[in-house]
Each structure stands twice: as C-alpha cells, then as structure tokens.
Ligand binder design. Sequence first.
Ligand SMILES: C[S@@+](CC[C@H](N)C(=O)[O-])C[C@H]1O[C@@H](n2cnc3c(N)ncnc32)[C@H](O)[C@@H]1O
Length: 270
Amino acid sequence: MPCVDTQLELVNQAFSRQSVRYDAYEENHEILKWMRGQVRTHVMGFLKKSDYILELNSGTGLDAVFFAQHGFKVHATDLSDGMISQLEQKVEMFKLQDRITVQQCSFTSLEEIPHRRYDYVFSNFGGLNCTANLSVVSSSVGRLLKPDGFITVVLMPPVCPWELALIFRGHFKIAVRRLHRNGALAHIEGVYFKTYYFSPGQILKAFGNGFKKIRLQGLASLSPPPRMENFPRRYPKLYKFLRTLDERVAHVPPFNSWSDHFILTMQYHP
Ligand SMILES: C[S@@+](CC[C@H](N)C(=O)[O-])C[C@H]1O[C@@H](n2cnc3c(N)ncnc32)[C@H](O)[C@@H]1O
C-alpha cells in the first residue's frame, strides 16, 4: 500500500520493525499482560453473541485472535506492512480464516473498507495516539457502525501520574512529554514519529453528539506503567497491592483518566 503521508510512512516503518518482536515482548511483560486482560474484560462486557467487530490498528492480531476464539467475527485492519504480515501468519496458524479477515488500511482512510455496518469498533493500545486528526477517523466510524453499536478505544492521555513523578528523579523531558500541545516525538526501533495525547473529553468532542459515553476506565493510574517493566519483579507484593487498588478505583474520577492509558466505550446514536 503506498503511503503518501510522512507520518504514516514513519509509523509504518517503526511498527514494521517492531512487529517481529512484538508478541514475545508482551509475553514476558507482566504489566502489559494485565492491561490487555483489563481491556478484554471491559470489551467482553459489551459484546453480544455473534457480533461482528471492526478492529482498527490491530497490530499482530493478539486481540483479533482472542475475540475470534471466543466466537466473534473480526475484520482486522492496520497500517503497518510488518504487523499485517504477522497477523496473516497468525490467522493461518490458528486456522481462523472463517472468523478473521485482514485488510491493510490506515484508520485515516476508512473509506477503503468495503461498505457494511459492524456491531462493534475496537482500537487498542494507543494506535489512535498516532494521529492528530481524530475527526477523520470518527466521521468514518459513523458510516461503519450500526446504530446502537459500540466503539471502544484505548488511548494514552496527557496526565499519567507515574510519568509526571519522574520530575523528582530529574527526568524532566520524559515527565512532561505528554503535555505538549502539538504532540511529542515517539521513538520506536530507531524511527521517530509524532504521538498525540488525548483526554477522554477530547475524544468525546472529536466523535461528536452521535456518540454517547458509556464507560470510562483508567489503566495503570496508581500502579506503574509499562515503561517500568522491572517493577513487578523487584517489588512483587507492592505491585500486586497497587494493581488491586487500581482495579478498585479505575472507574472513579480522576483515576479513570489520569493513567497510563484509558479505555473509553461509546455507543452510537445517529
Ligand atoms: C502499540 S500498537 C497496538 C497494536 C494492537 N492494537 C495491540 O493492542 O497490540 C499500535 C498500532 O497502531 C498501528 N497504527 C498506527 N497508526 C495507524 C494508522 N494510521 N492506521 C492504522 N494503524 C495504525 C501501528 O501499525 C501499530 O500496529
């Protein structure tokens, strides 16, 4: 797929390089595994039997396979050559061709998706943080989602308490990187590209009146974020305690939006 936009080219390069190690990295990462578990539990709470899911920025397809193995159909899309290749291999390996279809497509070009209405739209782990132009995505989602259908997006907000606390350790640049209005440079596998941080309010505004907030849940607000991957090994008891606290307050302001990521589910009422 030709990329005409420099940001898209850089994102494609970065995630294609990362794609070969992506699953193995998460396999040994206790914080990421817990976060993905929280997202899946949240989404399963809204899915109905035989729902058809449109997944944006599906990556290597970890969630697409999970949902397919739980009886749902998934149309999985991603921009990156490498991610799409991993996803296609996985679909073949698990023999899920009848449950998962794959399309290389940017979420800024959703008009490329064959016209049909899905029951659920899903975007996990900050894919949408790679664009400044959320309204392009939201206007197309309206065309692809059935009335009363749900959309769940998982994004990185501007305020992450653990990251802000890095000020006290002298890491000023990292501590405030999410607060830059015009985005910050992300660095993956030697490639730099722009990342934009959105509050739940900004997402709701971008999606507009047709989308009603149903549930908002913080992820890693009191417990450390994935960048502190050694924390659970060094302090297992403290980590478990903080995670339990996190799960208790995840739906309560400000913990539902001052966190490493948040999960926001909206319902479409055109
Ligand atoms: C952090 S990964 C998350 C992948 C997957 N959702 C997961 O939970 O493992 C971010 C993904 O967003 C994809 N992405 C970034 N910008 C995109 C765009 N404009 N259109 C589609 N996918 C995009 C990347 O290729 C990458 O696979």
